[in-house]
Design a binder for this molecule. Structure first.
Ligand SMILES: [Zn+2]
Length: 364
């Protein structure tokens, strides 16, 4: 009699003995999903503040993937991406362990701020220390409890306040594992970014753990296409790492292929005033092309801001007010600009026109 593959798999699952996953003194048994709140600090009111971690510990062995968001407390897109991952039916067939931390910097999140209450950047406090300011202690907690236990990291970010990023993945692309994750994520642009001292990614790198950053949308906003692309990207990386079975449906456009930028730079305002923007995020621009005019609210001559090279606008200021020296447009250059521009176009067409129903055609 032929064996039903589902039953065969279930039998294999039961026979496989796997250690429980331990976090902050709590055990999660194989096949269990648990939300564990790690006591982290206290508010001025003496109210305890926890770091909640959703753990899905499969019966089947595999990578331990940490997906975290809002290490900059106002970068909330990633929180919504995490919310959409938790509870997906697809995760019933998970291999390995998935750790989801939707809000890493809960103090910044409460204040709708990028920073901690003492204005430190939590993403510059790693690996941290059990002593010293709040940032050091939080970083130390995340380092010892989470980073030390995982094998791969996806860290979700957005642009800073009033700056919007075209969805892009950054990482150390000289590391073949990080490169594989970045390509699997499926954004049109990927960027080789060396680690910054004190960042979560630097701490992961010290431990030999490949980590990628997803940068999409802007702070304090939910950007639907960035959220959908982020959700799809994480599931694609999980498939790439063998944590999920390959997808049966492939409705990704043929021209949507990640293209590595060869270089990037910010164009800054050369005067104070208001900004009359002439281009859109994701647009392909030519050397010398007018990107914006900088003007006084009282009229008079305008100062043109032009691109220094051919490239694609991968981030843009969203507020039309500027002081001299402030960054306005992030331009990425490519050795295959046409391919990159086609990929951005395919991405925008796919994710911006996609309906909710289409997006969830596959059993997420
Ligand atoms: Zn950030």
């Amino acid at each position: 009699m032929p064996v039903n593959p589902e039953h065969k798999l279930a039998a294999e699952d039961n026979n496989m003995s796997r250690e429980p996953f331990k976090l902050a003194g709590t055990s999660v048994n194989p096949g269990e999903t648990r939300l564990i709140s790690i006591p982290a600090a206290r508010l001025y009111t003496d109210t305890p503040v926890d770091l909640p971690v959703e753990i899905i510990h499969s019966r089947r062995p595999g990578p331990v993937l940490l997906v975290c968001a809002a290490i900059h407390g106002d970068e909330i897109n990633g929180i919504e991406i995490c919310r959409r991952i938790v509870g997906k039916r697809l995760l019933q067939r998970l291999k390995g362990t998935l750790l989801i931390v939707p809000i890493v910097n809960m103090f910044g999140f409460l204040q709708q701020s990028r920073y901690l209450p003492d204005r430190r950047d939590l993403n510059r406090c790693f690996p941290g220390s059990p002593r010293g300011p709040l940032g050091n202690r939080l970083a130390h907690l995340i380092h010892t409890e989470l980073l030390n236990q995982c094998t791969h990291v996806i860290d979700l970010h957005t642009g800073a306040i009033h700056r919007k990023n075209l969805p892009q993945v950054r990482g150390d692309l000289d590391d073949p594992v990080a490169l594989g994750m970045a390509e699997a994520f499926g954004t049109p642009v990927i960027m080789d970014a060396k680690v910054r001292d004190g960042s979560l990614r630097a701490a992961a790198s010290e431990l030999g753990i490949p980590a990628i950053l997803y940068e999409a949308g802007e702070a304090l906003r939910f950007d639907e296409s960035s959220i959908r692309a982020g959700l799809r990207g994480i599931l694609a990386v999980m498939r790439h790492l063998g944590m999920l079975a390959p997808s049966k449906s492939n409705n990704t456009p043929r021209k949507l292929v990640p293209v590595k930028a060869s270089r990037s730079y910010w164009l800054r305002a050369e005067r104070d005033g208001i900004v009359i923007t002439k281009i859109k995020l994701g647009q392909r621009v030519k050397e010398g092309q007018l990107l914006a005019n900088l003007a006084s609210p009282f009229g008079g001559p305008e100062k043109p801001l032009k691109s220094r090279s051919d490239g694609i606008v991968i981030a843009a200021s969203q507020i039309p007010l500027v002081n001299e020296g402030e960054a306005l447009f992030h331009i990425a250059e490519f050795s295959t600009l046409r391919k990159a521009s086609d990929s951005v176009e395919a991405f925008q067409e796919h994710f911006e026109n996609e309906t909710e129903q289409e997006n969830f055609k596959e059993p997420l």
